[in-house]
Design a protein around this ligand. Structure first.
Ligand code: 13P
Length: 247
């Protein structure tokens, strides 16, 4: 079975002005000989500038969302084709902040994944349970249901990643135990294998939610953890590099 190449991606969310690209450049300069693929997903206003600033480095650039349609009268929205045109190579889709804040359903996320594929972008598809769902013993059912509903069949044979981000661990400083992370990641892997057959073994399954330099080594070395999707700690090169070096 091919072990997925680890992917560590930084989600800047709605943070960052042009001056923040200095942190991205410092991250790129400090990557050394890491075996991971590393990316930052800045706000859409900075994607093209980040691509330009990071030219010739190993730090890839991604978007944080896209619309399913390729163009049209959708004021304020961004097409996958526009991200690709700006030089992005990845896109985060189905983040819980979009599922909760904008009512994004699994079906909508799946249509955005198809848009990403159409534009040649690698989707990072986020799933994760709320605290209430975990307390009710539904974490595995919720997460595997999101995996089935958000990943269209056309992903077979394509590059993509799944990010497990427990909603209650995002920006809170709380993280699940290593055993809890492993249990969910193993369930995601089993679902991927069920849906995509042998190809289901290849996509990295990232963990996201309060990853920082001090907990990165334990999380990144857990079974079936193939990298991380990092929020707050990806904004500062020193912290992001501390996570990357923990691999
Ligand atoms: P934090 O690392 O800030 O908890 O955010 C995680 C996240 O939502 C990444 O997409």
């Amino acid at each position: 079975m091919t072990k997925p190449t680890p992917l560590i991606a930084g989600n800047w969310k709605m943070n960052g002005l042009a001056a923040s690209l200095a942190e991205a450049k410092a991250t790129a300069a400090g990557l050394g000989d890491t075996t991971a693929r590393v990316a930052i997903c800045p706000p859409a206003t900075l994607v093209a500038q980040a691509v330009y600033a990071l030219k010739g480095t190993r730090l890839a650039v991604g978007g944080q969302d896209c619309r399913a349609e390729a163009s049209g009268a959708y004021t304020g929205d961004i097409a996958a084709e526009m991200l690709a045109d700006a030089g992005a190579t990845l896109v985060i889709l189905g983040h819980s902040e979009r599922r909760a804040g904008y009512g994004e359903t699994d079906a909508l996320v799946a249509s955005k994944v198809q848009a990403a594929l159409r534009a040649g972008l690698e989707p990072i598809v986020c799933v994760g349970e709320t605290l209430e769902e975990r307390k009710a013993g539904q974490a595995l059912a919720v997460v595997t249901g999101q995996v089935r509903g958000s990943l269209p069949a056309d992903l077979a044979g394509k590059a993509f990643a799944v990010a497990y981000e427990p909603v209650w661990a995002i920006g809170t400083g709380l993280t699940p135990s290593t055993a809890e992370i492993e249990e969910v990641h193993q369930a995601i892997r089993a679902t991927l294998t069920e849906v995509f057959g042998a190809h289901g073994a290849t996509p990295p399954i990232l963990y996201g939610g309060s990853v920082k330099p001090s907990n990165a080594a334990e999380i990144l070395h857990a079974s079936e953890v193939g990298g991380a999707l990092v929020g707050g700690a990806s904004l500062k090169a020193e912290d992001f590099l501390g996570i990357i070096r923990a691999l």
